[in-house]
Write a protein that binds this ligand. Structure first.
Ligand SMILES: NC(=O)c1ccc[n+]([C@@H]2O[C@H](COP(=O)([O-])OP(=O)(O)OC[C@H]3O[C@@H](n4cnc5c(N)ncnc54)[C@H](O)[C@@H]3O)[C@@H](O)[C@H]2O)c1
Length: 469
């Protein structure tokens, strides 16, 4: 029976009221045991409140999109987290960030290296610099005794990822990786259902990541993640979330991987006749091009957050497009990452998984099907349906059923803020088990990614994964 009252009300009805409930790392209240309602409420936000006599302090390296997301936790929870330093080369970003967090002038730096010229002055460092600037600051921060929240991809090569893991082990610091999907109530729910045995043993997984074509052109053609040498291959930069969530849901080690994929569309030979190097150079087909920078940025005013521009009025945006990487024709960029890729994985106990990343879709999101011996799960992040072969019962949840609590409207289905919260708890308690995405737990998804890319470049050769770290 599906209930239509809120999670907190459900708790009250089963006699727990709003009292703090902690059930392991992921607190799940099985309301069905008391009142015959579905196991529908994820209560991890009801973890025991900590006694924050003092907030933990952190320095943000890279005050761009992600830096502001995690620092946003401090603005909402000033008793728990205080951002006391920032390194950011773009002046208006550094200024705005410093103003929001009231950061003193002597704690504002232009680049991450300067932060470490000072003796340690905070509990933690939040590394949200571009992919190529993860390794250096992560190694240094750990060595200097900071706990670290590190954006994915961990680093640009497997050896660098492994170095950071070894550094973490050497200095015993907390290192959390921003695999935010692990914290999204929708995926927490999916994992809970799998681990409860409701669908028997997992047999296979089908997971699909449609990127959406404008997002593809913005981030992975014109933008920061278009060139694998400057960032990482697509399977790491975009899809390490997916290899990670598959690995986490399966709960068993990956043994083998193979992959196919290529860059089909966004290359010079596909440039239409009449196109120019920039959309602002008098391209004669600009009006009919779906990827026109003028349409995307100046007219629709979408995807503006990566443009180095404080005021996004039309004239300033048009002017910027004459010089910015985001004004380039999508067929004339320095991109080399794939726009479509499939990956097959074999896990322990003959569990198989297939993953597709598709850049050329009209929609985004993630879709997942889990096939078990006694049932299956079908989900698309908006809803989830579980079918039990034994009872032929079908249960259906909308995302709102699963996550009607705090952070429901936040990024990655609420995962962003929940990760920030759990990192703060981990630092406060000096307890890495508060995080499901420690560097230790996140290594395998990166190895799957690096091996998948190697396989793709070898024409789909089957490669071993076998994590030994
Ligand atoms: N977890 C996720 O879901 C997710 C989503 C998007 C991006 N990311 C990752 O987060 C990281 C940041 O991405 P973003 O979208 O915030 O990019 P961004 O460009 O908005 O932010 C990065 C910031 O780092 C700054 N920076 C550059 N060089 C620096 C230096 N030497 N010292 C200090 N700061 C420097 C840039 O000026 C920029 O403001 C990337 O590694 C990216 O792959 C993760």
């Amino acid at each position: 029976m599906k209930s239509n009252f809120s999670r907190r009300e459900a708790l009250k009805r089963i006699g727990l009221g709003s009292a703090a409930v902690t059930v392991g790392a992921i607190g799940v209240v099985n309301a069905s045991s008391k009142e015959g309602i579905d196991t529908q409420y994820i209560e991890e936000e009801e973890k025991q409140p900590l006694n924050f006599d003092q907030p933990i302090t952190a320095i943000v390296l890279g005050a761009g999109g992600r830096g502001n997301v995690y620092a946003g936790y401090a603005l909402e929870n000033p008793k728990e987290l205080n951002i006391i330093g920032v390194a950011e080369p773009i002046k208006y970003r550094r200024d705005n960030f410093s103003k929001s967090h009231n950061i003193s002038e002597n704690n504002q730096f232009t680049t991450w290296e300067h932060v470490f010229e000072r003796p340690k002055f905070a509990d933690a460092v939040i590394i949200t610099t571009p992919d190529a600037l993860h390794y250096g600051p992560a190694m240094k921060a750990i060595e200097m005794g900071y706990d670290v929240l590190l954006e994915k991809a961990i680093a640009q090569s497997w050896d660098e990822c492994y170095d950071i893991l070894k550094q973490q082990r050497k200095y015993g610091k907390i290192v959390g990786i921003c695999h935010v999907l692990r914290y999204a109530p929708y995926f927490v729910k999916m994992k809970e259902i799998i681990d409860s045995g409701k669908i028997g043993e997992v047999v296979s997984v089908q997971h699909f990541e449609p990127v959406e074509h404008i997002h593809m052109s913005h981030s992975f053609v014109r933008g920061n993640w278009g060139n694998s040498k400057k960032s990482t291959p697509m399977i790491l930069s975009k899809s390490c979330h997916d290899t990670d969530i598959i690995r986490w849901l399966v709960g068993k080690p990956c043994k083998k991987v193979s992959s196919f994929g290529s860059l089909k569309l966004f290359k010079p030979e596909n440039a239409p006749k009449g196109s120019t190097k920039r959309c602002t150079d008098g391209c004669t087909v600009e009006r009919e091009c779906p990827f026109s920078a003028i349409k995307v940025y100046a007219e629709r005013k979408s995807f503006l957050h990566h443009l180095k521009l404080e005021n996004h009025d039309t004239d300033s945006t048009m002017e910027l497009l004459k010089t910015s990487p985001y004004g380039r024709c999508v067929y004339h960029c320095d991109n080399d990452v794939v726009d479509h890729q499939v990956v097959n994985m074999q896990f322990e106990d003959d569990i198989t998984a297939s993953f597709s990343m598709e850049g050329l879709t009209s929609y985004g999101g993630r879709r997942t099907r889990i096939m078990g011996t006694m049932g299956d799960i079908v989900g698309d992040m908006d809803s989830m349906t579980v079918f039990d072969f034994r009872t032929r019962e079908q249960k259906h949840w909308t995302a709102k059923d699963i996550n009607d609590g705090i952070y429901a409207g936040h990024g990655h289905g609420g995962g962003d803020m929940r990760l920030a919260r759990d990192f703060v708890r981990a630092v406060k308690l000096q307890d890495p088990t508060q995080l499901t995405s420690t560097i230790e737990a996140s290594m395998e998804s990166h190895l799957i990614g690096f091996q998948a890319e190697k396989s793709r470049l070898k024409g789909g050769k089957v490669l071993d994964v076998n994590l030994k770290v």
